[in-house]
Design a protein around this ligand. Structure first.
Ligand code: A3P
Length: 262
C-alpha cells in the first residue's frame, strides 16, 4: 500500500539557507519521506502547465501515515508561487530556513562563482556586484542582495497564507546545533519527537554535522554544501549589514522570531 502523496509541507526557501540540510535531517524522522530532487513545479511555468498529477508523480512512494516533503528554494522569491501553492492546498505547512542575510548573500555569490570557475569563466568580485559603483550604495538590483531581504518576499506570501502556517528555521543554528531546530520543526509538523542526538554526529573533517540513520547507514551532505567563502571587504560587509538591518527588524516583528543578526 505504498502511495505517491502530495507534500504536506514544503521547504520554500531560502536558497543557501541550509535547505538541503534541513530536508535531509527531517528525513531522519520515520514519518517523513523526502522528494530527493528539487521539483520546481510552482516556479517553472513549463512544469506547472503539466498539472498537479505530474507533480504528484514526482513524489516518492510512502505509506499513507507518512508525510511527504519537498524543497525548491526558488519558490520563496518567485512571484507566482504563493497563489499556485494556495490553489493546491490552502492549509499546507511552509518551512523557511534563513541565515544572517549578508552571510547568505555571500554564500549565494560563492555558489555562482564556483559555477563560473567550473566553466573556466572569470567573474566579478562580490564587492563589485553588491555595491553600486555610481552611488556607492548597496546594489538592490543584485539578486543575492534581493533574496536576503526576507521580509519583502514573506509579505507577498502573507497575502495568501496566515503567519501560523509558516515556520522559520534558524539556518545558522542548524549548522552548529541542529537538534533543537529539528525538534521545533517536529512540533510544527505535529510529528512525535523521533529525531535524537544519536541521528546527528559532528564530523570534524567536514566541519559539519552528518546524519546517522542507523547502525550501518550514515552520510554527510555533498561537498558543495559548506563551501569556503571568499574574503569580503569589511566596509562592504558593514554597509550590507546596515542595509539589511531595518528589513530584519520587520522580519522579526512579522514572524515573532528574533535573531541576533547585526
Ligand atoms: P555554505 O556553502 O555557504 O557554507 P542550501 O542547501 O540551501 O544550498 O544551503 C547550503 C548551506 O547549508 C551551506 O552553505 C552550509 O553552511 C549549510 N549547512 C547547514 N547544515 C549543514 C550540514 N550539516 N552540512 C553541510 N552544510 C550545511
Amino acid at each position: 500500500n505504498l502511495v505517491q502523496q502530495l507534500p504536506k509541507a514544503i521547504i520554500i526557501g531560502v536558497r543557501k539557507g541550509g535547505t538541503r540540510a534541513l530536508l535531509e535531517m527531517l528525513n531522519l524522522h520515520p514519518a517523513v519521506v523526502k522528494a530527493s530532487q528539487e521539483i520546481h513545479f510552482f516556479d517553472n511555468d513549463e512544469n506547472y502547465a503539466k498539472g498537479i498529477e505530474w507533480y504528484r508523480k514526482k513524489m516518492p512512494f510512502s505509506y499513507p501515515h507518512q508525510i511527504t516533503i519537498e524543497k525548491s528554494p526558488a519558490y520563496f522569491i518567485t512571484e507566482e508561487v504563493p497563489e499556485r501553492i494556495y490553489k493546491m492546498n490552502s492549509s499546507i505547512k511552509l518551512l523557511i530556513i534563513v541565515r544572517e542575510p549578508t552571510t547568505r548573500a555571500i554564500s549565494d555569490y560563492t555558489q555562482v562563482l564556483e559555477g563560473k570557475e567550473r566553466k573556466n569563466k572569470t567573474y566579478y568580485k562580490f564587492e563589485k556586484l553588491a555595491i553600486d559603483p555610481n552611488t556607492c550604495e548597496v546594489n538592490t538590483k543584485y539578486k543575492a542582495v534581493r533574496t536576503s531581504i526576507y521580509t519583502k518576499h514573506l509579505e507577498r506570501w502573507l497575502k495568501y497564507f496566515p503567519i501560523e502556517q509558516f515556520h522559520i528555521v534558524d539556518g545558522d543554528r542548524l549548522i552548529t546545533e541542529p537538534l533543537p531546530e529539528l525538534q521545533l520543526v517536529e512540533k510544527f509538523l505535529n510529528l512525535p519527537p523521533r529525531i535524537s542526538q544519536y541521528n546527528l554526529y559532528f564530523n570534524a573533517t567536514r566541519g559539519f554535522y552528518c546524519l546517522r540513520f542507523n547502525i550501518v547507514f550514515n552520510k554527510c551532505l555533498a561537498g558543495s554544501k559548506g563551501r569556503i567563502h571568499p574574503e569580503v571587504d569589511t566596509s562592504v560587509i558593514t554597509k550590507l549589514r546596515k542595509f539589511f538591518h531595518p528589513f530584519n527588524q520587520k522580519f522579526y516583528q512579522i514572524t515573532g522570531r528574533t535573531f541576533n543578526w547585526p
